[in-house]
Design a protein around this ligand. Structure first.
Ligand SMILES: [Zn+2]
Ligand SMILES: [Zn+2]
Length: 173
């Protein structure tokens, strides 16, 4: 299966590389990186200084060349009543999105000897793998180590691993 990563706005090369590597290692998919797309200005909420997440999913679906497509942005996203989201995907949908904005925080998950860039990179890969998991039909998993565990803050992101638990693995195959 082909997954296309669609950078929206300015996205650093190492974020795109990390996203590709995460998807290849967990799902064994072919991964391409699309040319960067302009930010969806209609989705910007000036009062919140955030973008609505749905517009990024629509964009990924529209321009992406993959069976599944994931928009990646450094902008802050909101969705409905949630103040912010790390990402969004609809179950079994073709498009999804991940924002790196809130993944870069001072919290280091207790791994104080680790480089902040490494921690950030791990979080980005986990959230990319998580949102693509939803598009493959996976719902949230109760296993805190599973990448499909719901992670409302970076604390939970840091606890989970960049891998599907056995049960999620069986569901997706
Ligand atoms: Zn989720
Ligand atoms: Zn699981």
């Amino acid at each position: 299966m082909l997954v296309d990563i669609v950078p929206v706005g300015e996205v650093p090369a190492r974020v795109k590389r990390g996203a590709s590597a995460g998807l290849r290692s967990v799902y064994d998919f072919d991964v391409t990186v699309h040319e960067a797309q302009p930010l969806p200005s209609d989705a910007f909420d000036a009062g919140r200084n955030q973008y609505g997440a749905e517009a990024f999913i629509e964009l990924a679906e529209r321009v992406g060349d993959g069976v599944k497509n994931i928009a990646v942005t450094t902008e802050d996203l909101f969705y409905r009543r949630r103040n912010y989201v790390f990402g969004l995907a609809y179950l079994d949908g073709d498009g999804s999105v991940v924002s790196t904005y809130r993944l870069r925080t001072s919290s280091d998950g207790g791994f104080s000897d680790r480089n902040p860039e490494e921690i950030f990179g791990d979080r980005v890969r986990k959230e990319i793998v998580h949102e693509i998991g939803h598009t493959l039909g996976l719902e949230h998993c109760d296993n805190k180590r599973c990448v499909m565990n719901f992670s409302p803050t970076v604390r939970e992101v840091d606890v989970k691993e960049e891998a599907l638990c056995g049960s999620c693995q069986r569901t997706v195959r």
